[in-house]
Design a protein around this ligand. Structure first.
Ligand SMILES: [Zn+2]
Length: 337
């Protein structure tokens, strides 16, 4: 098969298109003929070596959709040819967190790598039947962003009538957050860097779109729009560039969700106002394995929409990463395999 492999961390040129041996499924595993892979910001961090050492070679990519093409011994419930979506969390399956459906709190939790390839082998519990009405490209766009957003909204106890600020609203995670907040009946302030996104964000469900120049503070805008209360929840995926503003714009007793830190992760803050204002800071990283099978039917019914910015062929993964790092996107980048 063909795959994208990384031998050494680096810039997009570290993604090498190569011919590699077909993987064989072991007991309880299935082999998937991938048809599409979703590109996530996590893949850039993997490529850059941010998570530390990795095996050489490593096939990146966590989200994907395709067809079962071989079953290992004891892999039941699926047949060759069945269309599936990858559920990208791996965990021990035995600890109290796994047994209570909080797999992403398991000490052994990690996210699948290996979808930038024509084939991948996975435990049978990591595939979910693909719902009707979706293309492979659409199905590959859902996993990490929607699972992550659904998990943190549930943990933040987001409810009807609350206000939520979404930084980086034009990215895959931002658009997933907006849609899941919309079906909860929240008032959504979407923050972006360009006017060109405003109409599309309103169609997706943003109540108000704020175009930020990257320099000025947005907290006064949010205070004006919330009758000086501040927002109930702020979803901050930027980190260094936005976090101090997130602290200013969240209401007393409100919640800041930190997820991603794409502009850097170092901040310095005073704890006094933080505890006196009874704030909650919630770190978000993926979610329960139950979320993906539960939300996929909402895409068949049109309640949730996959938003695709651009597709690239597998051999063009370098261009796909360069496009993602240019930050001028709206929705997901997908590799068409
Ligand atoms: Zn576990």
């Amino acid at each position: 098969m063909h795959a994208i492999r990384i031998h050494r961390p680096g810039d997009p040129s570290a993604l090498i298109y190569e011919e590699v041996a077909n993987p064989e499924p072991g007991p309880g595993e299935v082999r998937v003929r991938l048809r599409a892979a979703g590109v996530n910001h996590r893949d850039i961090w993997v490529r850059q070596g941010v998570f530390g050492d990795f095996p050489d070679p490593l096939i990146p990519g966590s989200d994907g959709a395709g067809e079962i093409d071989a079953l290992g011994p004891g892999a039941r419930d699926y047949a060759v040819g069945q269309k599936i979506v990858i559920n990208p969390g791996l965990s021990c399956g035995r600890c109290v967190f796994c047994l209570s459906g909080q797999q992403n709190s398991c000490a052994y939790y990690h996210i699948v790598d290996g979808t930038y390839a024509e084939q991948i082998v996975l435990p049978v519990q990591n595939v979910v039947p693909m719902p009707s009405g979706l293309t492979f490209i659409e199905a590959a766009s859902i996993g990490i962003p929607f699972v992550t957003a659904e998990d943190f909204l549930a943990r933040a106890q987001a409810v009807t009538g609350q206000t939520i600020v979404v930084w980086g609203a034009n990215g895959g995670l931002g658009l997933a957050t907006i849609q899941l907040a919309r079906i909860r009946g929240m008032r959504i302030f979407a923050v972006v860097r360009s006017n060109s996104y405003v109409d599309r964000l309103k169609q997706i469900g943003a109540s108000d779109v704020i175009v930020w120049d990257g320099k000025t503070s947005l907290s006064s805008n949010i205070m004006n729009m919330t009758a000086s209360k501040g927002a109930d929840i702020v979803v901050d995926s930027l980190g260094e560039k936005s976090f101090m503003q997130s602290l200013e714009m969240v209401r007393h007793g409100g919640t800041i969700i930190t997820v991603g830190a794409t502009t850097g992760g170092k901040i310095q803050m005073e704890l006094g106002p933080f505890f006196r204002r009874r704030l909650t800071m919630l770190g978000a990283y993926m979610g329960s394995s139950a979320i993906l099978p539960r939300i996929l039917p909402l895409f068949s019914r049109g309640t949730l929409l996959p938003v695709i910015d651009k597709t690239f062929s597998l051999s063009d993964a370098q261009a796909a990463h360069s496009h993602m790092e240019s930050r001028g996107l709206f929705g997901k980048i997908i590799l068409d395999i």
